[in-house]
Write a protein that binds this ligand. Structure first.
Ligand SMILES: [Zn+2]
Length: 412
């Protein structure tokens, strides 16, 4: 029996898939109202920013992810209401803070001697890396999610057990298989339970174009992400628990979603590599590739990441950071370029008039290239125009990451 009759994530999924209703699932607000949906007496989906899945046997529980720390008390209350008194295992699908941030509070709330945290071995390296980049990651989160200040934890709950390729956990009469794959991260795990007829994707599926291209994060893996999703589709399960967004039910639907998403990622990698091998620069490739219409699906929209960022990601993975444009190899400072633009226009007023004429023709991107440079020379003089350009660009973007970066450059 469903303990909360009003919340049914499988219905929300159906609405999303029919195109009837769609909101961005990768928004932090998702974590402010935690819901628990009982799939069976022994399995629950917990909606959060970074969803949680819970197995239950008697009063003992196993969790897949913990969600972010800010909503942990809600998660703890939902689990207790559902009848969980003790937790035997917490499995991390990967080490991102929206999936593991709540671990400390949850472990403390269900304290016992036998609780074990399990993850892929590279989660340890990730946490070590995070400790070196707390300031940087705080700024990225502030920019990406439009937060008032930098936010990033300084402590992480490390795993007790790590594995490299596959691992199995016997939780009473359920066998839970952990499989490593590279996609959003190099430390990712997806899970399969035959008895529950369910797959737990972590962030391999998040109800938007896979965020394999984030401009401010360590390398992500477009092609191997596609391969993992293809492998997942072969389990032919009844339930798909995504890392973000609502639970999906139905074998045919799940197979279709996984195969389409896989094909989309494999298509991107294959086509970028083809153009790289033909000698194109990164910028040429960005202009030459657009997604085929078959990938025009509600769950492949660039609402979080952006299609063009995935191109950059493939380029960086296989080709390094040189864009292929010689002036970008050892560029002058923005200040020096800005001065050259102003001289070329015959003064800052002339250049302002020229930029206004560009905006009249809706050439906001062209104007943004110039405004970045000249704002380094005359920040006060060009501030209003810069704000206008980046407000316009932010409004035009469907992608949360692109919006975040443009908005961050609006100087109020
Ligand atoms: Zn996530």
């Amino acid at each position: 029996m469903n303990i909360d009759n009003t919340y049914d994530p499988t219905n929300i999924s159906k609405k999303y898939l029919s195109g009837e209703k769609f909101t961005n699932q990768v928004s932090i607000e998702q974590g402010f109202s935690v819901e628990l949906y009982e799939v069976s007496e022994k399995l629950a989906f917990i909606k959060n920013f970074g969803n949680v899945a819970a197995f239950k046997e008697g009063s003992k529980g196993l969790l897949i992810d913990t969600g972010m720390g800010v909503s942990s008390n809600q998660v703890i209350n939902k689990l207790k209401e559902w009848g969980v008194d003790e937790i035997e295992y917490i499995i991390y699908t990967h080490g991102h803070v929206d999936h593991v941030g709540g671990a400390d509070l949850i472990v403390n709330a269900f304290k016992n001697d036998f609780l074990k945290i399990v993850s892929h071995e590279k989660v340890v390296e990730r946490f070590n890396r995070y400790k070196k980049t707390i300031g940087y990651n705080g700024i990225i989160n502030q920019r990406q999610f439009g937060l008032p200040a930098p936010v990033f934890p300084s402590e992480f709950k490390y795993p007790d057990i790590t594995y490299s390729d596959t691992y199995e956990i016997n939780f009473h009469d359920s066998v839970i298989k952990l499989i490593h794959g590279k996609g959003e991260t190099d430390d990712a795990t997806y899970l399969y339970s035959e008895k529950e007829d369910a797959i737990f994707t972590g962030d391999f599926f998040i109800w938007s174009l896979p965020n394999a291209g984030n401009p401010s994060k360590a390398q992500r893996y477009v092609g191997s992400w596609g391969e993992v999703l293809r492998d997942m589709s072969q389990y032919n399960v009844e339930y798909l628990f995504p890392g973000h967004g609502p639970l999906i039910q139905g074998k045919k639907t799940i197979r279709e979603i996984l195969v389409n998403t896989s094909n989309c990622l494999l298509w991107i990698e294959e086509n970028v590599l083809k153009l790289m091998n033909e000698g194109n620069s990164l910028r040429d490739i960005q202009k030459k590739i657009s997604l085929p219409v078959e990938f025009n699906q509600p769950y492949l929209v660039s609402s979080y990441d952006d299609f063009t960022f995935l191109i950059n990601s493939v380029w960086r993975q296989y080709g390094g950071w040189y864009s292929g444009i010689p002036s970008e190899l050892k560029p002058p400072s923005l200040f020096e370029i800005g001065n050259a633009y102003i001289d070329m226009a015959g003064g800052k007023e002339n250049l302002l008039l020229f930029l206004e004429s560009l905006l009249a023709e809706k050439k906001y991107k062209e104007a943004s290239v110039i405004i970045d440079a000249i704002s380094a020379v005359e920040p006060d003089f060009y501030r209003d125009l810069k704000n206008l350009i980046y407000s316009f660009l932010a409004d035009q973007e469907p992608s949360l990451m692109a919006k975040g970066i443009y908005n961050f450059n609006i100087d109020t």
